[in-house]
Design a protein around this ligand. Sequence first.
Ligand SMILES: *Cc1c(COP(=O)(O)O)cnc(C)c1O
Length: 433
Amino acid sequence: MKFESTRHDSPAVSFGAALTQGLAPDGGLYVPQSWPSLPLAAFEGASSLSDVANVMLRPFVEGDGIAAELAAVTRDAFDFPAPLVPVTDDGKLSVLELFHGPTAAFKDFGARFLAACLQKLRQDASRPLNILVATSGDTGGAVAAAFHQRPGIVVSVLFPKGMVSPTQERQLTCWGDNVRSYRVHGTFDDCQRLVKEAFVDSSLKSRFELSSANSINLGRLLPQAVYYAATSLAVFRAHGVAPNFVIPSGNLGNSVACVWARKLGLPIGRVVLAHNANRAVPDFLQSGQWQPRPSIPTLASAMDVGSPSNLERLRALFPDLDSVRRAVRAESVSDAEIKARTIADFRQYGKTWCPHTATAAEVYARMSPAMRESGRWVLVSTAHPAKFREIVEPLTGARIEMPESLAKLFSRPVSCEELEPNLAALAGALATY
Ligand SMILES: *Cc1c(COP(=O)(O)O)cnc(C)c1O
C-alpha cells in the first residue's frame, strides 16, 4: 500500500516514509491510495483492540518493513482499554471512554502507536531521531508520554511560557530521560513557527534527523480508527445493528478516523461531529463555503481550532459537498450549553463529562426523539473530567477522583529549560543531546 498527498503534488510513499515525514513535501496530508474492503469475517476471533488493529492495519503496512513487526507494535501501542459504558439502562446510549491511557485523553492512542512504529523503523539507525513538538497544552503531554524512554528517539517539547495551565505544564515537564521540555519566551505561534523553521533549515536538517509527531501524521490518525472498529464490531455482534457515533471535534483527526473505519467496511452508522463555538465545519456543511478563521477560546479548549487541517482528508474522500453532507453531520455548541449539559447529565445520568465530551452529549440531547430512537448511539469521551476539574467541579458540585495514570504523573519530579524563540537557540539546545 502507498500513501498519496491530498494535494497530489508529491510522489506516493510507503507507510514508513509517510510516518517519518509527517507532512507531504507539497504541504498536503497523506491518505491511503486505495481502500481495502474488510469483510466482517476478516475480524472473526478478533475482539481486543490489538487483535482488531492487527487485522485492520495489516493492508496499510503491506510491503513496508514494519509489516513483520505489526503484531509487536499493536501489542505495545494498544495496552490500555477503550471501554464502552452504558449511559441509559436500555443500552441505547453509551459512552466510549478513550481516556484510560497515560495522559487520560484519546491522543494517547495515536501518540503511542506512532512512537511504537518509529522505534521499530529506527532501530538500525546510526543517529537518534529528533522529534520536535510545539504544543499549546494537551498534545505535547501525550507525545512526551508515548516517546518517553524509547531508544533511538529524543523529544523536544516546546510550549509558550505562562500560557499553559499549571496542570498542563506539569504533564509537559515531568518526563526527563530522552524527553526535554522548553518554556519558550513567546506565544504558541512562536513555538509552531520555530518548529516549522527548523524543518526547512538546511543546516539544521544536515546536523540532526528531525521529525514531527503532530496530529496530522498518518501514524496518529490510522490507529484511532481501531477503537471505532472494535466498538462497532462489539455492538454489531451483540445487537445486530451498526452504532452511530457523536464525536467531539477540533482538528477532525478523531472523526476522520471514524469515517475511515466505516469506509473500510466496519458496521458504523451515522457520524456526527460536535464542535464548540469554533464553527468553521458546521458552517461549511451548511453553506458550502469553506471559511477558515482565527480560533476562539472556549471551555473545550482542545477543540479550539479555527481551520481544521483534517478537513482536507475528508474532502479527499468526498470531493463534492453533497457526499460530505451524506457522510457526516456537524453542529456547534456554545460554552453556556457545555455548562448546562454538564449539570443536566450529572443530574440525569450521574455522569461527569469533560467539557469536550459535554459537546457530544449536548448534540445528542438536541436530536429529535425519532433520531435518538433510530438506533444505538455512542458518545465519544475524549478526556477524563479530572483534567478539567477547575471547570467541571464547580458545575456538578462533586469532587472528581483523579485517575491513577494522572496521579502517577503528578508525583514525578519536573524539569524544564528556558528557550528564546529563535532558531539559533533551538539549534544550541539540540546540540547538547
Ligand atoms: C484533541 C482533542 C479533541 C479534538 O480532537 P480532533 O482530532 O482534533 O478533532 C477533543 N477532545 C480532547 C480532549 C482533545 O484532546
